[in-house]
Design a binder for this molecule. Structure first.
Ligand code: C2E
Ligand code: MG
Ligand code: MG
Length: 600
């Protein structure tokens, strides 16, 4: 009897064992199958995330679940986020679906620790790893979970967490590759677009107790370095600057192109930021001086402090750039902080540039002429063409408001030739009417010499209007010679050889010496009006007299600009000077008025 009883128990145990083995086999097969499906999807080229989502779907269908979701514990604060989800109702949810409130609304236990599944009714949360859990919710009709099912789901949670780790690893790898692609190969700094997106990310961490700056830097006379020391030297300097930036903390930097660098920089306060910028700038110049003792390699830096986190980054960068440009050519300044009036100026500049072409076509630029006089007899000796902008509302705008802007953009080249053609056309009509025209001078901006020069175009226009060059005077500002322009000198020489008269305008405002004047091929020197303003001082009078005489000894003609009073005229006549221009004689007037008054 006892033996029989034992036999039955053994059979029962055997059956139980077989059943367990069978179930375990089933679980093993299921996991294997799911795994294989994942690998297959993955090898077919699906994205890891995609394969993961399909795996969730597969589990959901297998267990008749309402949804399956992955919960990750990521970031510094170990925040819990839904990263993947499949639901019977909505299918696979994308990132945005998850972010926009479609995530499973379940009460999550705080103590869902690894290896201890939380399972209540048909809901469950299984921790697959330290970083990841699998959450599921079953359908009511499938009844209570068996222990075996729970164990299988726990196994699946482990498998899923492995897949999640793989997905995250891949993402990180891709991020690093992307990061490399977004960097400038020479300096290793970010390139423009990558820089902007990095800064936008960082701006999300904006803190009120910090100050944030956009710093726009370039290396002075970089093309000079390339031309004289070669590209390898230029590259080494760019790298050296990038290395120097890298040494500082709290920054994101980029090389836009060539020698233009932009850095987003933050620190406790503005003074600290400024101090660091100055230190970097000085350290850079010092290091370069050791390598190139004969050069002063310096940085020019424009700084813009951001006011708020949502500020338009492109405008902030432009503001810093504007500030940098505002100190270009200023030998004593190497960095400056943006002021709002720079933006107003910038807006005005944009307006001028936007309206320029239209105004030129519609004849909105008007040629005025200011007569030049013999100082002694109030007799006209010639005239100077000066441009005016007639605005739509009838206002007449002075060239000081738009010529500098047009010079910076290069548009002034077109304007100068427009003025020149107008003068030629009037001269032609005077000649055709049998009148002897006075010599008229035309101003040619420095911008011409940054391009191809003026000689050829002046020659062909003058020929086209059949005007003899002796009626034309070309005015070129003295400041052009401060840095020794060989091209300008060569062009002036050609013009003179062709019969034009060439004048150096605004003499005394640049830094050219009398010695230099000897070297400049010009017939006329126009002494800037700022000289006459100093004439009240006795020794200044003497200086003007001596300087004028010295110039007269080397050049054919000296003209004093800006004569406003009879006293000034008498003084110049007493000194023996012959020519002048100024409001005392006549102000600039429309060329038609000049014609009526002086060409009768
Ligand atoms: P600039 O060539 O030295 O011209 C002389 C300037 O002095 C003119 O100013 C003239 O109106 C002004 N002026 C003449 N007499 C007196 C006087 O007695 N007192 C005072 N205070 N000023 C006097 P404007 O016409 O405003 O022109 C300013 C500058 O703009 C010119 O200086 C020239 O550099 C530039 N400019 C004018 N027209 C042109 C042009 O067509 N092309 C280029 N590139 N520059 C031009
Ligand atoms: Mg002039
Ligand atoms: Mg002048």
């Amino acid at each position: 009897m006892k033996e029989k009883q034992m036999g039955i128990e053994n059979i029962q145990k055997k059956e139980e064992l077989e059943e367990t083995l069978c179930l375990q086999n089933e679980r093993y097969n299921l996991i294997k199958e799911i795994n294989q499906e994942f690998v297959k999807l993955f090898h077919q080229g699906s994205d890891v995330d995609d394969s993961l989502n399909h795996t969730l779907e597969r589990i959901g269908k297998q267990y008749a679940l309402r949804f399956v979701a992955v919960l990750e514990y990521g970031g510094e604060k170990k925040e819990r986020t839904w990263t993947n989800c499949w639901s019977l109702e909505k299918g696979i949810l994308t990132d945005s679906g998850l972010k926009h409130g479609c995530s499973p609304q379940l009460l999550l236990p705080e103590n869902g620790t690894y290896g201890q599944p939380y399972c209540q009714g048909r809901e469950g949360l299984f921790r697959g790893s330290e970083e990841c859990s699998l959450l599921f919710c079953g359908r009511e009709e499938t009844g209570e979970w068996t222990d075996f099912e729970k164990e299988t789901l726990q196994e699946l949670a482990r498998m899923i967490s492995f897949l999640v780790a793989l997905r995250n690893h891949k993402k990180e790898e891709q991020r690093q590759i992307m990061d490399l692609k977004r960097r400038d190969p020479l300096t290793g700094l970010y390139m423009g677009e990558a820089f902007k997106s990095k800064v936008k990310e960082e701006l999300k961490n904006w803190r009120e107790d910090r100050d944030y700056a956009i710093i726009y830097t370039d290396i002075n006379d970089f093309s000079y370095i390339n031309d004289n020391f070669g590209y390898a030297a230029g590259n080494a300097i760019l790298k050296a600057f990038a290395d120097l930036i890298r040494e500082s903390e709290n920054k994101i930097s980029c090389r836009l192109y060539s020698d233009l660098f932009v850095t987003f920089f933050w620190d406790t306060d503005r003074d600290t930021i400024l101090q660091k910028i100055v230190n970097t700038s000085l350290a850079f110049s010092k290091r370069q001086k050791e390598i190139y003792p004969s050069c002063n390699i310096r940085l020019t830096t424009g700084i813009y402090f951001m006011e708020e986190k949502d500020e338009n980054l492109a405008i902030a960068i432009e503001n810093a750039n504007l500030t940098r440009k505002s100190i270009k050519g200023n030998a004593s300044a190497f960095c400056r902080v943006y002021e709002s009036k720079m933006r107003i100026r910038r807006e005005e500049e944009k307006q001028v540039l936007a309206e320029f072409q239209g105004t030129l076509k519609e004849g909105g630029f008007q040629v005025y002429v200011q007569p030049k006089f013999y100082l002694s007899g109030f007799e006209i000796s010639g005239g100077e063409a000066l441009v005016r902008w007639r605005k739509k509302d009838g206002r007449i705008e002075s060239p000081s408001l738009f010529i500098p802007i047009l010079e910076r953009s290069g548009y002034v080249v077109e304007l100068d030739f427009y003025v020149y053609e107008q003068v030629l056309a009037y001269m032609q009509s005077w000649l055709e009417a049998g009148k002897e025209p006075p010599v008229i001078s035309v101003n040619f901006s420095r911008s011409h010499f940054e391009r191809e020069g003026i000689y050829r175009r002046i020659m062909s226009l003058t020929k086209a209007y059949r005007i003899e060059p002796r009626y034309i005077e070309i005015e070129i500002t003295e400041s052009l010679f401060a840095t020794g322009y060989e091209l300008v000198k060569a062009e002036m020489k050609q013009l003179r050889e062709a019969g034009f008269r060439v004048a150096i305008d605004d003499f005394g405002t640049g830094y050219s010496s009398l010695g230099m004047l000897l070297d400049i091929p010009a017939d006329i020197v126009k002494i800037d009006r700022s000289f006459l303003n100093r004439e009240n001082h006795e020794n200044e009078k003497e200086f003007i007299q001596h300087m004028g005489k010295l110039i007269e000894s080397v050049k054919e003609e000296v003209i004093f600009e800006g004569i406003e009073t009879e006293e000034q005229r008498e003084f110049l006549v007493d000194c023996g000077f012959r020519f002048g221009q100024g409001f005392l004689f006549d102000p600039p007037m429309p060329i038609q008025v000049f014609q009526e008054k002086y060409m009768k």
